[in-house]
Design a binder for this molecule. Structure first.
Ligand code: ADP
Ligand code: ZN
Ligand code: ZN
Length: 717
């Protein structure tokens, strides 16, 4: 009987494709092997998913595959399963899922093995040396290194040169055999775990999902390190997932000084060769530890032992564009298939994880105190009720800042808005400078003296007159990091004021320079955005200030309060890491906001309980499951008309809301609209969504615009 190959082909279609096996196709090729196939007049690299005996399409239309690239699968079984599962769950084209999971070089046909280049016997004969200067130079280099050189070490030579020497049979490729890591017990004596840390370390002794909730500075990392060590002792590898900006040199150093094994790092800044290299090190078992951001969840392991997701509440674990997966959620699934324990760590767990811990699905472990000798921070609310300070800083706050500077401490001011001022207003007619391409205001930047849109990067010069009434009475309103920097430099002219945001750290090395200055521990004021709120430890920061938290108290986004609570505690946790106690100040117009009070007086768990019960009453996640269909088009009408074709639910257990325009409807010249689908049953939700996707795929309007599906969305813009 004829067998057909079922292949994931890199294309934006939500299906796999069938091919005939090429001539001489071996009988027992396993799924997960790469295979070249013809696709729409091109040759592309697909992944073998399996075999089928019968097909629905006309047999004569089925083409033979071109060439098998691997005789053994390069994607291990669990990873293959994970990609197939993710394509189904996120309703994303399977070919694109595999493309996201694999290093680019593998998709282009590079070897999954670690290769090195050596001279052949022919290449060693001097009289055969090629004339071309660069080719001769490479031969000379290889003859000085008879053991062979890797592609990295041959970096100065182009692929064309290498290939021409291989074609002339002067040079050949060899597979470098990689040894699994070996770990000698370090018998680390530095830190003695506290009772709570020990309880956590003991508890994590079998497969399962563990939520480690530990206040900032309570020593979660020490728990991670002990567990990783235990894995290394058993010859098992660990994967540590960190948020996009959480992978600081400090974090890495802590791992490197503790263990004598290869630690490989995976993040978006790697070159393609580096990415392939870390993939190889993990797959062959050479690396004992892999630390990486989101996409590292797809790293293959020879001996998977443990997964850790640090700061598991962080939004950057969810990809926002294209294949919108949650690395945290996939990690939980992957660990269960690998029969490995997975540890989700955070001071401020996401409400989904907390809900899973409360319901007993996850094991809940807590570190309630910082180790002895490390002071806990205290929280204080400063009311702006009576007076709006035009500079952003109320008199009591300025006084407190002076006290901390006099006591030789550092101050961290958190404001998540870069630029000078977010609004340019005409005081006569109330016209505001808006972005022509977005429903958003332009932000004034001091350094360039220009208006910049933070949503589409449009720029313009600053108008001298109002565009509507020609008045010259224009006013810059609101606070950005540049404005408070200017102001604080005047007010506190005896200490350095350091601004750390995307603008001030754009040049290579500038961020490190700022960190060096902070680490000198001299009194200083640090002004930072999100960049500074995560991962870093500043041991001499004794005062942290949150300037603008009020917008989340009346936001339309139901997740705004959860995020604000997490941010307050995360920023607060940056301070008081040493013996000096830290103070955290929240300046607000709403000092009596009940959730804010609860967070500060009773702590994160009570705060989270209140939000969870509100969510339960309103039927919001985690008490229901959500999916969004998004559409965007240069025509406002088209985006809405298309989604109207999908409105309504066929299933009584599913609710469909909308379509409605996004809260920022126009962005970068496109109008955006949403359809929200929600259900208490995942199964019903996915069934309904599948039907909608079929409708969308056959819609004529759907071909005229961009649309996408987002499962478990975390922002509803
Ligand atoms: P977290 O990751 O929970 O924010 P860290 O693991 O970074 O906290 O620990 C905070 C600080 O406490 C670090 O300087 C760490 O060296 C120290 N520390 C952790 N555990 C202990 C312990 N058992 N005894 C003393 N100091 C500890
Ligand atoms: Zn005007
Ligand atoms: Zn814009």
């Amino acid at each position: 009987m004829q067998r057909y190959l079922d292949i994931a082909v890199p294309t934006p279609l939500r299906r796999s494709f069938h091919y005939l096996p090429p001539p001489d196709f071996p009988a027992n090729i396993q799924p997960g092997s790469r295979i070249r196939v013809p696709f729409r007049n091109k040759k592309v690299t697909g992944i073998l998913l399996g075999y089928v005996d019968s097909i629905a399409t006309d047999k004569h239309k089925i083409k033979p595959a071109e060439e098998l690239l691997d005789t053994a699968p390069i994607v291990p079984e669990t990873l293959c399963k994970l990609c197939i599962w993710a394509a189904d769950y996120y309703h994303h084209p399977i070919g694109e899922v595999f493309a996201a999971a694999l290093p680019n070089l593998l998709r282009r046909g590079d070897s999954p093995e670690d290769l090195q280049f050596v001279l052949t016997a022919r290449g060693q004969e001097t009289e055969l040396k090629p004339r071309a200067h660069r080719q001769r130079a490479m031969i000379d280099l290889l003859s000085q290194n008879p053991q062979g050189l890797s592609r990295d070490e041959l970096g100065e030579f182009s692929s064309a040169i290498i290939h021409s020497l291989i074609d002339k049979e002067l040079v050949t490729k060899e597979i470098v055999s990689q040894q699994p890591f070996s770990h000698t017990r370090t018998n680390y004596q530095g830190i003695q775990p506290t009772g709570e840390q020990n309880d956590a370390i003991e508890a994590i002794n079998s497969p399962g999902t563990y939520l480690l909730q530990g206040v900032t500075g309570s020593g979660k990392t020490e728990v991670y390190l002990r567990l990783i060590e235990r894995m290394l002792d058993q010859g098992l590898q660990s994967l540590v997932l960190v948020p996009e900006i959480g992978l600081t040199p400090q974090t890495l150093k802590r791992f490197e000084t503790r263990f004598d094994v290869t630690i490989t790092v995976v993040h978006s800044g790697l070159t393609e060769t580096e990415r392939l290299r870390s993939w190889q090190q993990a797959r062959t078992g050479q690396a004992g530890i892999v630390i990486g951001t989101r996409s590292a969840v797809f790293t293959p392991f020879a001996k998977p032992g443990l997964i850790i997701v640090d700061e598991e509440h962080d939004a950057s674990f969810k990809q926002h564009e294209g294949f919108k997966y949650s690395a945290r959620d996939l990690a939980v699934l992957r660990a269960s298939w690998d029969k490995a324990p997975i540890l989700l760590g955070s001071a401020t767990p996401s409400l989904e994880s907390l809900h899973n811990a409360i319901s007993g699905k996850y094991t809940h472990l807590q570190l309630r105190k910082r180790p002895a000798g490390i002071a806990q921070e205290t929280y204080q609310v400063i009311s702006l009720k009576h007076k709006e300070p035009d500079t952003g800083f109320s008199p009591p706050l300025l006084k407190l800042m002076r006290q901390h500077l006099d006591a030789k401490g550092q101050i961290l001011i958190f404001l998540n808005r870069r630029g000078f001022a977010p609004v340019l207003l005409c005081t006569k007619c109330h016209w505001m400078a808006n972005c022509p391409r977005c429903d958003a205001r332009m932000t004034y930047h001091l350094s360039s003296r220009r208006l910049i849109c933070h949503h589409c990067t449009s720029e313009s010069s600053v108008p001298q007159h109002c565009a509507q009434c020609q008045s010259s009475q224009l006013l810059l309103l609101g606070l950005g990091t540049q404005r408070i920097e200017e102001h604080l430099k005047l007010t506190f002219d005896d200490v350095p004021v350091l601004r750390i945001d995307r603008d001030s750290t754009r040049r290579k090395g500038s961020f490190d320079k700022l960190l060096d200055e902070i680490n000198r521990q001299d009194p200083a004021i640090l002004i930072g955005t999100q960049m500074l709120a995560k991962g870093h430890h500043f041991s001499n920061v004794t005062l942290s200030v949150m300037l603008e938290v009020d917008s989340s108290f009346y936001s339309a986004d139901y997740k705004a309060m959860e995020r604000m609570g997490q941010l307050i505690l995360q920023v607060g946790g940056r301070s008081g890491r040493s013996e000096k106690p830290g103070t955290v100040v929240i300046q607000t117009h709403f000092p009596d906001q009940p959730l804010l009070k609860q967070l500060i007086d009773e702590g994160y768990n009570t705060f989270a309980d209140t939000i969870l019960s509100e969510r339960r009453d309103n039927g919001l996640p985690p008490y229901c499951h959500q999916a969004l269909v998004r559409a965007e088009s240069t025509s406002r009408r088209l985006a809405m008309d298309f989604l109207e074709e999908l409105e309504g639910a066929n299933n009584p257990h599913v609710d469909v809301f909308g379509p409605f325009p996004s809260s920022m409807e126009k962005r970068a010249g496109r109008y955006r609209a949403l359809l929200m689908i929600s259900s208490q049953s995942r199964q019903s939700l996915h069934k309904e969504l599948k039907e909608k996707i079929l409708t969308a795929e056959s819609s004529i309007l759907g071909k005229k615009l961009r649309w996408s599906v987002d499962i478990d969305p975390i922002d509803l813009f």
